[in-house]
Design a protein around this ligand. Sequence first.
Ligand SMILES: Nc1ncnc2c1ncn2[C@@H]1O[C@H](COP(=O)(O)OP(=O)(O)OP(=O)(O)O)[C@@H](O)[C@H]1O
Length: 128
Amino acid sequence: MEESNDNFFVRRKRAFGHAGRGLRLLAGKEVHFRIHLAAFMLVLLVGWWTEISPAEWLSIIIVSGLVLAAEAFNSVLERLCDFVSPEYHARIKDIKDMSAAAVTLAAIAAFVTGLIIFIPKLIFPLFS
Ligand SMILES: Nc1ncnc2c1ncn2[C@@H]1O[C@H](COP(=O)(O)OP(=O)(O)OP(=O)(O)O)[C@@H](O)[C@H]1O
């Protein structure tokens, strides 16, 4: 695409606008992205309630960002696959399944991180 004559800041503002539209599409139309977003908000709430440390916040933010970004890329790949090959194809199946595996790996890392941080804060006090 041809570069416009607008100045640097106008072009960056436009790029943010495009990213914002992408985010609205993900949050509005992609069910799995919405589920991950809802889980992230719940974790933020529990983190605030249990007063986790700055290092724990950092871990939560990093793994949650990883999951949301992986889910966003997975949605993009699914749409691209459906656009270039709407009919069933074994290669499309491999691509979609591998992309789903990437999300699952990130989600497992986030889940384990959540367990390590929250189990001592939520479960142990019940037995002490
Ligand atoms: N065109 C296709 N060719 C081969 N296999 C496909 C095709 N479309 C989907 N699949 C298989 O079905 C699975 C689910 O695909 P789908 O695109 O429906 O994703 P999804 O996770 O159900 O997402 P969504 O609910 O957002 O559509 C894929 O992982 C793949 O195994």
